[in-house]
Write a protein that binds this ligand. Structure first.
Ligand code: GAP
Length: 508
């Protein structure tokens, strides 16, 4: 059985081989943590975007879209807090010269203790069988309790040090925990320093007039600075939302996790503007709604969990992550944050403009509160892909790799396959394709044996294959093959489009 690390490597190489994802500038040995989406990757990505956009904008009367520019006035990032506080505490190992995020080193250490507890629990579960009460065991077993206390102490001290920006204590904690560099194996650490994650560039000619501007690290600020434009032009009444899909850039340090942590990535964000005092209710609403959306992708519920934040960002009064079980473990795929009136108030202060919503009933203006849902498009792509990847042993002893992508997201919906390359079958197949291609992304293939072509389409994730054979010429029927069950049924050519329409319908 493949380990998770093996599985992750296989998914990465499968993505490349089948035209989903390529390393950026590969002929120059690539650019770290930057990726290009290939012919089938771009289709999957577009389908995920459309699936999100429809569910947020099309199905909600009170949510409208926006496409704001990547470049923004530099003061935006001062107001949002990114210039002063969008940084990670970093530490270098003097021997390997490798740089690490201090919080990741501490969290990995905590995870090791958690793994020990889990092992202990599993052993006890086997020993006691059905009568096992995990809760009771965790709160009474001395070894488990001791390890849990260790975790609690580490977390409490670590968060308190970060809160006070006491980086010397963060370093002291790393040393006391005996954390070693995974590369050099030594504890020869530098001091911990804050490292800003924003990329900057110059706008204007290369002289004193040139302004330093930033590549946006989140799309959300484009929504906040357009609050009044959107609210007035689209005549929106609170509560309402503004949704946006777009690129974001972060100079990530720990960036060796394929699409999980990239330096250029895409976000799908929605800021929902509400009356002050109603934000926590809306926060719970969006928490549930967003989880429903993930489950509607057809991925099993046990692959997801919430992680409510103990330590809140200075602007938030509630926050949770939706975590997905990637091959590298449970990690954040989406953040849901109750951001209070922090952003709009900050832009009001820094711009000197009044940014308020006028309540007609009360005849007064106020700064709305915001609940944000922010999901990474690339992480969703990775989640969908890793959930879909399977290696199967078939009854006849052969093996196949199949991408069981939800049909609604699959890059190619249907393969058009003449059984052989003669006897008028290719011509008939082309005729069928010429009708279907206006409704579905089709893929025509006549090379190789039909078995090989099926395998290739399975590996590409194409949910349906239409095979045109000699019988087609006689009675105008074809076979339709299901990628997952590999079962085939005979259907009339005139019914293909409708049958596909029913099969590909979104999972509700
Ligand atoms: N506006 C809020 C915000 O940006 P975030 O938790 O920093 O919040 C939201 O980011 C989502 O963006 C994350 O849940 C993740 O899916 C995605 N994301 C963040 N950094 C990323 C990176 N370096 N590579 C890929 N996706 C990333």
């Amino acid at each position: 059985m493949a380990t998770n690390e093996d599985l992750f490597k296989k998914i990465i190489s499968h993505s490349k081989e089948y035209g989903y994802v390529f390393p950026s500038s590969e002929i120059y040995d690539g650019l770290s943590a930057v990726y290009d989406y290939g012919p089938f990757g771009v289709e999957l990505k577009n389908n995920i975007k459309e699936f999100w956009w429809k569910s947020m904008v099309q199905y909600h009367e009170n949510i409208v879209g926006l496409d704001s520019a990547i470049f923004m006035h530099p003061t935006v990032w001062k107001a949002s807090g990114h210039v002063d506080a969008f940084s990670d505490p970093m530490i270098d190992n003097k021997d390997s010269k490798k740089r690490y995020r201090a919080d990741v080193l501490v969290e990995d250490n905590v995870q090791k203790i958690e793994d020990k507890i889990q092992k202990e629990v599993e052993k006890a579960r086997q020993r006691f069988g059905e009568t096992f009460d995990e809760q009771m065991y965790r709160t009474t077993n001395p070894r488990v309790m001791e390890n849990q206390a260790k975790i609690d102490t580490i977390k409490k001290r670590f968060y308190a040090s970060l809160e006070k920006n006491d980086l010397a204590d963060v370093k002291a904690l790393i040393e006391e925990l005996g954390i070693v560099c995974p590369v050099s194996g030594t504890k020869n650490w530098t001091d911990v320093r804050q490292f800003n994650l924003m990329f900057s560039t110059q706008m204007g000619s290369v002289n004193e007039d040139a302004n330093e501007i930033f590549l946006r690290p989140e799309t959300a600020q484009g929504i906040f600075v357009n609050f009044l434009n959107v609210q007035k032009s689209a005549r929106m009444k609170i509560p309402f939302g503004i949704a946006q899909i777009g690129k974001a850039f972060r100079n990530e340090i720990v960036a060796r996790q394929f699409l999980f942590r990239m330096r250029e990535f895409e976000q799908m964000e929605m800021q929902f503007f509400v009356k002050p005092g109603e934000e926590l209710e809306w926060f719970s609403y969006w928490k549930q709604e967003r989880m429903k959306w993930h489950l509607s992708l057809g991925i099993p519920a046990e692959k997801y969990r919430f992680h409510d934040h103990d330590k809140l960002a200075h602007y938030a009064n509630a926050a949770t992550d939706i975590e997905f079980e990637f091959p590298i473990g449970f990690k954040e795929i989406e953040g849901i944050h109750s951001r209070t009136d922090f952003d709009l108030s900050a832009h009001q202060k820094f711009s000197g403009r009044k940014i308020q919503y006028f309540d007609q009933e009360k005849n007064e203006g106020f700064v709305p509160y915001v609940v944000e849902t922010s999901i990474g498009l690339d992480r969703t792509f990775l989640a969908v892909l890793s959930n879909a990847y399977r290696e199967e042993k078939l009854e006849d002893g052969s093996e196949r790799v199949v991408l069981s992508l939800p049909a609604i997201l699959a890059p190619i919906k249907v393969a058009i396959l003449p059984l052989i390359k003669k006897d008028g079958l290719p011509e008939k197949a082309r005729e069928i394709m010429d009708v279907l291609k206006y409704r579905y992304r089709c893929f025509y293939e006549e090379k190789d044996t039909i078995g090989r072509r099926y395998r290739r389409m399975d590996a590409l994730g194409t949910p349906y294959g239409i095979t045109i054979d000699h019988q087609t010429l006689q009675d105008n029927t074809v076979t339709i093959r299901d990628r997952d069950t590999m079962l085939q049924e005979r259907i009339p050519v005139d019914g293909i489009s409708e049958i596909l329409g029913k099969k590909i319908a979104p999972i509700s």
